[in-house]
Design a protein around this ligand. Structure first.
Ligand code: SF4
Length: 692
C-alpha cells in the first residue's frame, strides 16, 4: 500500500478461488489494484477472508499472462501471435472442416468452474446450438459430479441443502472427506466458532486433519478409515441408527419413499459395524458411538468434500449421507442437512448452467421434451435428445479416432485429470485443440489455438458458491486482452454461421433467467439491489432460498437408496503396498496456475509426500528425503514428510505443482455413475530416490 499509495476507488466483487465465494472490496489507485479488503456485507463471508482471496491476486497482472491470440498449424511449430479476427476465423473454419470430414459428433467442449455463469452458459449454448451435439462437459466431472447425481437421486436437485450460516445452529457436525481448514478456510472458521461453543464433532477421514484437534476443539470421534471404504462406514452408521431404534420414523413415513426396503437392506448383518470393521479398519464401538451421537445430539449437519466424491463409489456415498439425514429427520431446517463443500469458485454454477452432456441448464435432462422445446424456440435450432460425451469418453474417442477437436475453457486437463499419460496421448491425437486460458498451461502444449482469457478482475458476471449463492463479479478494470470471454464464444459461433450476440453479460443472465425456472428471479439489477441470492430465486421465492426441502423435497418424497458397498478394484499389492490419497493445502490452489504466480508459492513451493513413520523407517526414508513414488500407471519424484497424521499403509500428497505431476500416478478408475476419477485411492510404492 505504501508503494502504490492510498486507494482512490473501490469495486465490490467476488473471490475467484474456492467455493465459499467471499465478497471483497477491490481497492484501486487509478488502474492499479492496491488491496483486496474482505467485504463486511458479503453474504458468504461477512467480512472474513483467507490468504488466497486476500493476498494472492498478483497472478492477474503476472508477466506470464497470454495477452494476444496465438496460432500454430502443428503442436511442434512455434506459436504465432495473430489478430483476434484471424484466431476466430481459423478456429471456426477448422471446427467446420473437421465436422464436415468426421461428422457432427466429432467435436466438443469442456467448460470451466473458474469462469462466470454467463461464460459457461454461452459455451454450452455454442456446443448444443452451433456444434449441433451434446458433447459438453465440465471440470466438475472430476470433482463433484457424484454430488450432482447423488443429491438429485435422493432429494431431487443437485445442490447442497443449507446456507453457511446454518452451521451456527448445528449440535453435531459430521465432516467426511473434507479438510475445510485448508480447502474452505472462511467456512472452516464459521464451523470452528460453533464447535468452540460446544457443538460436537465427528470426523471421518483416513488422515488426521487439523480439525480433529485444533485450539479449543477436539473431535468426539475420528473414524480413521481405510481409503475407499466410505460406503461401508456410512452404511454401518445407518445400521446402528435403524437397529438401535434411533431413526426418526415419523419423518421417514411422511417425507420419504422406499422406507421399508431400505430399512430391511440396512439392517442386514453385513452392514453392521462389527461386520465392516475389518474392511474399514475402524473399531465397531467407535462407529456405534458416532452413530448414536449423530442421531441423538439434536441438529445433525453433514459437510463433505472430494474425499467422498472422488471414489469408484462416490455417488453411492453421497446417497448414503442423504440416507443418514433422512433417517434421522436432519433435513429441511436450520442446523442440519447434507452440504458439499465445493472446491472451485463456480463449480455449482458451471453445473447449474447446463454443462453436463446429459443436462440442459437447471438440471433438466436433454430427453425432456418440454425443456428442450424452450431452447429450440429461443435458439431457433433443433437440439439432440441423447446425452453427449463425458470428458473420459472424449479422451477414449480421441484415441480411437472418432473425436477430433476440443475447445477447453479455462481448465488445465493435462495436469488436473487422472492418468496423465493417457490424457496426453488423447490430446496429441486430436486434429484441433483450442485453449482459452490466462496462461500457456500444460494443456496449451497440445493446442493449436490459444485464446487469452480474462482474470476475475476483468470479468463481468456471476459466480455461484457452495450454498447456491449467486454473487456478482464486477469488473475492476477493462479486459487486458480487449475482449470478454463470452464475446469470443459469440464471435466463434457467428463465424461458424450461427447468429449469437449479446450486448452485455447482464443480457446473458436475462436469457438464463427466462429459460431456467430456478433462476427466474435473478438479474444483475436484482443482485445489485439485494447483494446476492441463493437459488431457487423465482416468484415462489423472490428473495432466494437459504434452506431447501423445508416442507417437501424437490422430487416430492425423499428417496432412500439401498447403497450396497462394492470394494474398489484398486488394491494394495506386493508391488504397490501403500495407498496414496490426495488433497490441497491452504496457501495453494488446485493445479497452482494462479497461486504459484503469487507470493503464496513461497509457503509451499513443492508438493510433498506425507507418510507414517513406520512406512518411512522400513524404507530407510528420513524426513526431507527425495523419494520415488510409483503406481501401475506412472512414476514421479518428490520430497517426503514423515508424519503421524497418516495411518500406517496410507500416504498423501497435493497436486499443485506440474513438476511433481501427482496425476502421473492416479489411475483411470472412476465413479460407477458419473466417471468422476478415483483420485483418492491409488496403490503405490515409495522408495528412497537417487535424486537427493
Ligand atoms: Fe477466497 Fe475461499 Fe479464501 Fe474466501 S475462503 S477468500 S472464497 S479462497
Amino acid at each position: 500500500v505504501v508503494a502504490l499509495g492510498m486507494p482512490t476507488r473501490s469495486v465490490v466483487t467476488t473471490c475467484a478461488y474456492c467455493g465459499v465465494g467471499c465478497s471483497f472490496k477491490a481497492e484501486l489507485r487509478g488502474d492499479e489494484l492496491v488491496r483486496m479488503v474482505p467485504y463486511k456485507d458479503g453474504g458468504a463471508n461477512e467480512g472474513h477472508s483467507c490468504v488466497k482471496g486476500r493476498f494472492a491476486f498478483g497472478y492477474a497482472s503476472h508477466p506470464d499472462r497470454v495477452m494476444a491470440p496465438m496460432l500454430r498449424e502443428s503442436i511442434t511449430d512455434p506459436w504465432r501471435e495473430v489478430s483476434w479476427d484471424e484466431a476466430i476465423q481459423f478456429t471456426a473454419r477448422r471446427l467446420r472442416e473437421i465436422q464436415a470430414e468426421h461428422g457432427p459428433g466429432s467435436i466438443g467442449a469442456i467448460t470451466s468452474s473458474r469462469t462466470t455463469n454467463e461464460e459457461v452458459y454461452v459455451v454450452q449454448k455454442m456446443v448444443r446450438a452451433v456444434f449441433g451435439n451434446n458433447n459438453v462437459d465440465t471440470c466438475a466431472r472430476v470433482c463433484h459430479s457424484p454430488t450432482g447425481y447423488g443429491l438429485k437421486q435422493t432429494f431431487g436437485t443437485s445442490a447442497g441443502t443449507q446456507d453457511f450460516k446454518s452451521v451456527a445452529k448445528a449440535d453435531v457436525i459430521l465432516v467426511i472427506g473434507a479438510n475445510p481448514t485448508d480447502g474452505h478456510p472462511v467456512f472452516a472458521s464459521r464451523m470452528k466458532r460453533r464447535l468452540r461453543q460446544g457443538a460436537k464433532l465427528i470426523v471421518i477421514d483416513p488422515r488426521r486433519i487439523d480439525l480433529v484437534r485444533s485450539p479449543h476443539i477436539e473431535a468426539e470421534h475420528h473414524l480413521q478409515l481405510a481409503p475407499g471404504t466410505n460406503v461401508a462406514i456410512v452404511n454401518a452408521i445407518a445400521h446402528v441408527i435403524v437397529t438401535e431404534g434411533l431413526a426418526d420414523r415419523e419423518f421417514m413415513r411422511e417425507r420419504c419413499e422406499g422406507v421399508e426396503e431400505w430399512e430391511t437392506f440396512i439392517a442386514r448383518p453385513e452392514n453392521s459395524p462389527e461386520a465392516v470393521a475389518d474392511i474399514t479398519g475402524v473399531p465397531a464401538a467407535d462407529v456405534r458411538a458416532a452413530a448414536r451421537l449423530y442421531a441423538t445430539a439434536g441438529n445433525g449437519a453433514i459437510y463433505y468434500g472430494l474425499g467422498v466424491t472422488e471414489h469408484s463409489q462416490g455417488s453411492t456415498t453421497v446417497m448414503g449421507m442423504a440416507n443418514l439425514a433422512m433417517a434421522t429427520g436432519n433435513i429441511g431446517r436450520d442446523g442440519v442437512g447434507v452440504n458439499p463443500l465445493r472446491g472451485q469458485n463456480n463449480v455449482q454454477g458451471s453445473c447449474d448452467m447446463g454443462s453436463f452432456p446429459h443436462e440442459l441448464p437447471g438440471y433438466r435432462h436433454v430427453s425432456d421434451d418440454g425443456a428442450r422445446d424452450v431452447y429450440e424456440q429461443l435458439w431457433g435450432v433443433p437440439l439432440l435428445d441423447e446425452p453427449g460425451l463425458r470428458i473420459p469418453n472424449m479422451f477414449d474417442s480421441a484415441i480411437d479416432g472418432s473425436f477430433r477437436a476440443l475447445f477447453v475453457q479455462g481448465e488445465d486437463i493435462a495436469q488436473s485429470d487422472p492418468n496423465t499419460t493417457h490424457v496426453h496421448a488423447a490430446l496429441a491425437a486430436l486434429d484441433l485443440v483450442v485453449v482459452q486460458d490466462l496462461f500457456e498451461n500444460e494443456t496449451a502444449k497440445f493446442a493449436h489455438v490459444l485464446l487469452p482469457g480474462t482474470s476475475f478482475l476483468e470479468k463481468d458476471g456471476t459466480f455461484t458458491n457452495a450454498e447456491r449463492r449467486i454473487n456478482r463479479v464486477r469488473p475492476v478494470m477493462a479486459p487486458k486482452t480487449g475482449k470478454q470471454e463470452w464475446e469470443i464464444i459469440c464471435e466463434i459461433s457467428q463465424a461458424m454461421g450461427y447468429p449469437m450476440h449479446y450486448d452485455s453479460s447482464a443480457q446473458i443472465m436475462d436469457e438464463i433467467a427466462m429459460t431456467t425456472p430456478t433462476f427466474a428471479g435473478v438479474s444483475f439489477a436484482h443482485l445489485d439491489r439485494v447483494g446476492s441470492v441463493q437459488w431457487p430465486c423465482n416468484d415462489a421465492a423472490p428473495e432466494g432460498t437459504p434452506i431447501m426441502h423445508e416442507n417437501g423435497f424437490v422430487r416430492g418424497k425423499g428417496r432412500l437408496v439401498e447403497t450396497v458397498y462394492v470394494p474398489t478394484q484398486e488394491r494394495s499389492t506386493r508391488k504397490f503396498p501403500l495407498i496414496l490419497t490426495t488433497g490441497r493445502i491452504l496457501s495453494q490452489y488446485n493445479v497452482g496456475a494462479q497461486t504459484r504466480r503469487t507470493a503464496n508459492s513461497a509457503w509451499h513451493p513443492e508438493d510433498l509426500l506425507e507418510l507414517h513413520p513406520h512406512d518411512a523407517e522400513v524404507r530407510g526414508i528420513n524426513d526431507g528425503d527425495m523419494v520415488a513414488l510409483s503406481s501401475r500407471v506412472g512414476q514421479t519424484t518428490l520430497r517426503a514428510v514423515v508424519s503421524e497424521r497418516m495411518p500406517v499403509g496410507v500416504c498423501y500428497t497435493t497436486f499443485h505443482h506440474p513438476v511433481t505431476g501427482a496425476n502421473v500416478i492416479t489411475t483411470d478408475n472412476s465413479d460407477w455413475a458419473t466417471n468422476c476419477p478415483e483420485y483418492k485411492v491409488t496403490a503405490v510404492q515409495v522408495a528412497l530416490s537417487s535424486a537427493q
